[in-house]
Design a protein around this ligand. Structure first.
Ligand SMILES: *Cc1c(COP(=O)(O)O)cnc(C)c1O
Length: 368
């Protein structure tokens, strides 16, 4: 029977699930989820003040939210101390990455990223028909000099750097990031994903340069602010680029509840500090648990710890599977070399007690 054909780009794509969620795993295996420490969410959740604002906004859900996200945009600009014209919110960094690729890449253009880097970016590269060129990590860090070199050699339309990085938790200091930025051709759009920016030690995030036409920086409310399910983040940079997002963005993409959440989250600085302290404590304790079990926690500037399991990818996978069988959800890098690690997000005291016990059982079983 005749049927509509997929567009040429869609016809060439596989159906992809960049992230298999813990819900999907629980549905598939029938094992109840007991510790959700695999998706780098904040189990400490949004502030009580944010929940109150969201509740109030929920009552207004009968009407569309402000399509210009004006008040949220004002609040973010004030928070960053940059002009309104230099920032625009979106439905999380994931959606903003898609818009950025759609704006600056085209079918056939080359986009540079790290081999084993953040998968949503790759998803969008393929989704808009661009070619992906990857640069391996060096010493568990994204290779900033290699990325810049590849951008020059391939005349890349875009280059992506997450700093701090996911999945390894590693980071570069601001001077290195600035060296990277300076080494990328002026015609290559740099995407600097700072989803973990709030967790980074001082001296990690470069100073703002709102005049640079080839730099987009992205941040989110999903991690430090405990709002992953609300879907709100933002991109900031040169005004002309920011304004270009108005060509393609989904104008009602950020619900009025999410807009209210973002505004309230920025207003509650004390809660952010408290969350950061709790997360730091959870990470230190997670690292101590890993060490007690003979594994090697890597340094982190994020809200998760990459734990080197000391052998190859299949061994780390067996540990991950053993944890999953006990209802403890963690994730791991997939690329050879990095895949010797599992990635454990900051959890609650209860999450870490479950992790500790499950890890002991799994390792005993594997090393019998
Ligand atoms: C978690 C994460 C994101 C996703 O952010 P959202 O705002 O929730 O879409 C983006 N980039 C990196 C590197 C992440 O780890």
């Amino acid at each position: 029977m005749p049927r509509p054909s997929l567009s040429p780009i869609a016809a060439g794509l596989d159906e992809t699930v960049p992230f298999v969620g813990p819900e999907a795993i629980a549905r598939r295996t029938g094992i109840a989820l007991r510790a959700r420490i695999g998706a780098n969410e904040s189990p400490f959740g949004p502030a009580p003040s944010v929940l109150a604002a969201m509740t109030a906004a929920a009552r207004e859900s009968w009407h569309y939210g402000d399509p210009e996200n004006h008040d949220l945009r004002m609040a973010i600009a004030a928070h960053l101390d940059i002009p309104f014209a230099n920032v625009i919110p979106g439905e999380g960094v994931d959606a903003i990455l898609g818009m950025a690729v759609r704006l600056f890449a085209a079918p056939g253009s080359t986009v540079v990223t790290s081999l084993g880097g953040y998968p949503t970016f790759n998803y969008h590269i393929h989704g808009y028909g661009a070619q992906m060129h990857t640069v391996p990590y060096i010493g568990d860090r994204e290779d900033v000099d290699g990325l810049a070199r590849a951008a020059r050699e391939t005349q890349a339309a875009m280059v992506y750097l997450a700093n701090p990085d996911n999945p390894m938790g590693s980071w570069w200091d601001a001077a290195s990031v600035e060296r990277f930025i300076a080494a990328v051709p002026e015609t290559t759009m740099i995407v600097l994903d700072e989803a973990y920016g709030e967790f980074a030690p001082p001296g990690t995030l470069p100073a703002f340069d709102m005049d640079r036409p080839n730099l987009l920086r992205m941040r989110t409310f999903s991690k430090a602010y405990g709002l992953a399910g609300a879907r709100v983040g933002y991109v900031f940079g040169e005004a002309r680029n920011i304004s270009a997002f108005n060509r393609i963005r989904n104008h009602f993409g950020i619900s009025n509840v999410a807009q209210a959440a973002g505004i309230a989250a920025l207003a509650d600085r004390a809660y952010l500090q408290q969350s950061l302290t709790e997360i730091r404590h959870a990470l230190d304790d997670t690292a101590a648990i890993a060490t007690r079990h003979g594994l090697l926690p890597l340094p982190t500037a994020t809200n998760f710890v990459a734990v080197d399991c000391g052998r190859d990818g299949p061994y780390a996978q067996a540990i991950l599977d053993g944890l999953a069988a006990r209802g403890v959800f963690v994730r791991k890098p997939v690329v050879t070399g990095l895949n010797r690690c599992i990635r454990i997000s900051a959890g609650t005291d209860a999450d870490r007690a479950l992790l500790d016990q499950a890890l002991g059982e799994v390792l005993a079983e594997l090393n019998r």
